[in-house]
Design a protein around this ligand. Structure first.
Ligand code: CA
Ligand code: CA
Ligand code: CA
Ligand code: CA
Length: 487
């Protein structure tokens, strides 16, 4: 963002003022632009086949958003309107977008502010939008959002409920949803509701929106996002009904899964909707990664039968992948300790018999991801949590990095902080998604290599929640899920 002096089309105003200063308020403006752009459906971008009228509409929309963002900037707590009194300054926001802000003489406690939004200054597509002068009290606007900006938000963005099944008639499509009514703690607040306080059911809920991210119009399309270099995320959870099985936050490859897919088995709530064949019979195919919030201890019975998760505790969080491909198929996907060997090519990705030439099976020699249960040291993938089901709000921060090694395999790291506090207060910066969090040791931390085949499947992925329960009714509330991709 920089000062700019070649402006066309906005009404002539006062003399040009000082160059804009940098600071958090400027970041706020950029965040506002991003948000407004999202509201407008990513209007900054259009294909070369767009008609001229669409281009014109796009240009004018951008000018309008630029003007509104300028007004937000004037109101932002970090903007020194006194220093800008009786001046006009043009702020370039990049991508041919700018606004020109004129601050008049202080009257009472406010400054009259006039903003003109500009798109494509000096080009044949230039468009302007002039807002009427309004009195602005310095610092009267909202604080910049505490996340430092984000790409995905649920509630907020479009989502898809998938693969739901319930033992109760008419309940399946209400198992997972986004609601505002209900719990008094959430009056007027939207939250994701998992389970709908019923027994014996499973369902998934996937992000299902289209977004321009990192200036890439194809980054997220209908819920299918590029995994890229990974992401940081934050959410809050509240387990309202104690005694049920729990849920996962999942990242599943979009090469072999869609937003209509889900795992699950009505007789095995312990699969959490992450393992098991689901309604389709295919379940959620590997490659996939999850963090489970497991609220019920299931022992070490025969894989595929109830009571076979190899849990050590009633309450715990843990990382899960997909166990093995053959043998127990999807039923060991969240079975602690399952997997780890190399596929021999005898099985399809669903775990069925492969009928073709086994050495040509893409799974041949690809490596299963085992769900290790490591509790101490520098690599921690499983942690006992005694208070998950206490019906209070718990905070979760997660950071995932992803890179490709020279041989094509994938290098991943994951860190998770549950209820990060210092002196009883939330850790400072725990919600901030623009930088890594280092002030406190994570509760879960791991790094692993994924072989080339499975790593490639994760070039695009779906993000969402899976949940299931058996004989005990489940209701989990999730608020403020925010995810930001790494640059
Ligand atoms: Ca429990
Ligand atoms: Ca369990
Ligand atoms: Ca478990
Ligand atoms: Ca498996």
């Amino acid at each position: 963002m920089s000062g700019h002096h070649e402006v066309f089309g906005c009404p002539a105003l006062l003399n040009r003022g000082p160059s804009p200063r940098r600071g958090s308020a400027l970041l706020y403006v950029i965040a506002s632009i991003v948000l407004l752009g999202a509201v407008g459906g990513g209007v900054a971008y259009f294909s070369s086949s767009s008609s001229v009228s669409n281009v014109a509409k796009t240009a004018h929309n951008q000018a309008y958003y630029a003007a509104v963002s300028g007004l937000r900037y004037a109101e932002a707590p970090g903007t020194d309107l006194a220093a800008l009194e009786n001046s006009t300054t043009t702020y370039s926001l990049g991508n041919n977008v700018a606004f020109r802000m004129t601050v008049g003489a202080k009257a009472a406690s406010a400054y009259p502010v006039t903003v003109c939004g500009i798109y494509g200054a000096g080009t044949s597509m230039e468009a302007n939008h002039q807002l009427p002068s309004v009195p602005v009290i310095p610092g009267s606007g909202e604080e910049p959002d505490e996340y430092g900006g984000y790409d995905i938000s649920i509630p907020g963005d479009a989502y898809q409920i998938a693969g739901a099944k319930s033992a109760h008639a008419g309940m399946a499509n209400k198992l997972n949803d986004v609601v505002t009514e209900g719990h008094p703690d959430y009056a007027g607040t939207e939250y994701i509701r998992l389970g709908n306080r019923t027994t014996q059911g499973f369902a998934c809920l996937w992000f299902n929106d289209t977004k321009t991210i990192l200036e890439d119009t194809t980054y997220c399309q209908n819920g299918v996002c590029k995994f890229g270099k990974g992401f940081r995320l934050y959410l809050e959870l509240q387990v309202v009904s104690a005694g049920a099985d729990g849920f996962t936050l999942s990242f599943v490859n979009a090469a072999n899964n869609t937003v209509s897919d889900c795992g699950g088995d009505l007789d095995m709530g312990e699969l959490l909707g992450y393992g098991g064949p689901g309604v389709s019979g295919r379940g959620l195919r590997p490659a996939k990664i999850a963090i489970e919030f497991d609220t019920y201890e299931n022992g070490s019975g025969t894989c595929g039968s109830a009571g076979s998760r190899n849990d050590d505790d009633d309450g715990h969080i843990a990382y899960s992948y997909w166990g093995s491909i053959d043998g127990c198929k999807t039923y060991d996907d969240n079975l602690h300790g399952a997997g780890g060997t190399t596929n021999d090519g005898r099985s399809t990705i669903d775990g069925g018999e492969y009928s073709g030439n086994r050495t040509r099976n893409p799974l041949y020699n690809s490596v299963n991801m085992n769900n290790t249960k490591t509790k101490t040291g520098t690599n921690i993938t499983y942690k006992k949590v005694t208070n998950l089901e206490d019906n209070t709000v718990h905070t979760v921060r997660m950071e995932v990095t992803r890179a490709t090694n020279a041989n094509g395999s994938g290098a991943y790291t994951m860190k998770t902080w549950l209820d990060c506090t210092v002196g009883g207060e939330p850790c400072e910066g725990i919600k901030k998604l623009t930088e890594d969090f280092a002030a406190k040791t994570p509760d879960l931390v791991t790094s692993f290599t994924m072989d080339k085949y499975f790593h490639g499947l994760l070039n695009t992925f779906l993000v969402g929640f899976t949940q299931a329960t058996g004989a005990s009714a489940q209701e989990v509330h999730l608020t403020n899920f925010r995810l930001k991709f790494r640059e």
